[in-house]
Design a protein around this ligand. Structure first.
Ligand code: XIL
Length: 360
């Protein structure tokens, strides 16, 4: 009993103080709430800043997380005004056996995007990788391959006509030394497949911006020089090329110092430029210094695009470290994205946000 009354007395003593604190909190909430209108808070999301600048902030989306992880979808829809299918629009996903298309996952993403007022980047039509085996190992002649490629572009671009604002028509066509990378297309059709693919895609959806996309082209180097020469030549020939995608799969601390000037030379050709697959990997385990450097790198990479005329936007290759291609591809690396595995915003999120916010 004495114990109980002591407890009661303590409560009685503190009650006025507690009421005062609660009252102050209510007053504060009442004072601040009117400022939290939906518009004002939207401006503090990534997509709020991007919308304000008329650019896209995108994320690569996996069909698995989109359909099974509500937390993932809610962050995606709150923060991003553009999406790219991480795998669902690649040839092996769309046409696993010849003539049998599987549109389900790609359709899901396109309708999800429409419902959440997000644009869609199409990825990708012509690539050496993620081809179905019937195509890769089919032993087709040049003329057969030409027809197969045209049909694929007509069918895929045609299906999403008016729903995809930009297509990565050709992906990863170059070697590091600037020569053309060997591939099913290059080896059988020669470099002319690139102009043909762009022309077919343009006929199938005249409104879509058509891109050539690659990695390790962010710096001024042999590979980006070759890409620049090809872009210039295609434009001179009147080929419908509208943009260059810079994948930007970086390692922490290594955003190339020539990136902005390099993007600018493409923009000076009259082309759009976009960062299409940004992620910044860290050797695991990530230290707090590395996470801080990663934040700076996200800001710099974003500014390197937005600081150039005709930058259409920045896409991050994923949302959360819970689902990222990095650990499975770059042994010993991870933590490459703006959100942790449990959807906490990392310093990288702040860097990305500050890169988009013109007043940061
Ligand atoms: C990656 C996906 O993230 C992985 O899930 C898949 O297993 C392999 O492809 N460059 C590209 C992207 O253009 O399509 C790649 O995406 C990453 C590198």
């Amino acid at each position: 009993m004495p114990h109980a009354s002591a407890t009661h007395r303590r409560h009685s003593l503190f009650r006025p103080l507690l009421l005062a604190v609660a009252g102050a909190l209510v007053a504060t909430a009442t004072l601040t709430l009117p400022h939290l209108t939906p518009d004002a808070s939207a401006a503090t999301t990534l997509r709020g800043y991007a919308d304000g600048r008329g650019v896209k902030i995108g994320a690569a989306v996996g069909d698995g997380p989109l359909t099974s992880d509500g937390s993932y979808a809610s962050v995606l829809d709150r923060e991003f005004n553009s999406v790219t299918a991480e795998n669902a629009m690649k040839w092996d996903a769309l046409e696993p056996s010849r003539g049998n298309y599987n549109w389900a996952a790609a359709d899901r993403l396109v309708s999800h995007a429409a419902a959440h007022h997000q644009g869609v980047r199409g990825h990708t039509l012509v690539w050496y990788s993620q081809l179905p085996s019937w195509l890769k190992n089919g032993g087709f002649s040049a003329s057969q391959l030409n027809t197969i490629l045209k049909n694929h572009i007509d069918t895929t671009v045609g299906r999403y006509k008016g729903k995809i604002y930009a297509w990565d028509v050709v992906n990863e066509a170059f070697n590091e030394d600037g020569s053309m990378r060997g591939s099913l297309w290059q080896d059988k059709l020669g470099t002319g497949y690139i102009a043909n693919a762009l022309r077919w895609a343009h006929a199938a959806d005249p409104a879509a911006k058509l891109y050539i996309n690659d990695y390790n082209t962010e710096a001024d180097n042999a590979k980006s020089d070759a890409l620049y020469a090809l872009a210039k030549q295609l434009l001179a020939q009147g080929v419908p090329l509208h943009g260059i995608g810079f994948q930007s799969h970086f390692t922490v601390g290594q955003v190339p110092s020539s990136m902005k000037a390099n993007l600018k030379r493409f923009s000076d050709l009259g082309l759009e430029v976009s960062v299409t697959e940004l992620d910044i990997r860290i050797p695991m385990p990530a230290s707090s210094a590395e996470l801080a450097q990663q934040s700076t790198d996200y800001k710099t990479a974003t500014e390197n695009c937005l600081g150039v005329p005709r930058c259409a936007g920045v896409t991050v290759w994923g949302v959360s470290d819970r689902y990222s291609w990095v650990p499975g591809t770059f042994s010993g690396y991870g933590a490459a994205l703006p959100y942790t595995e449990s959807y906490a915003a990392k310093p990288a999120y702040t860097g990305l946000s500050n890169g988009l916010n013109p007043n940061a």
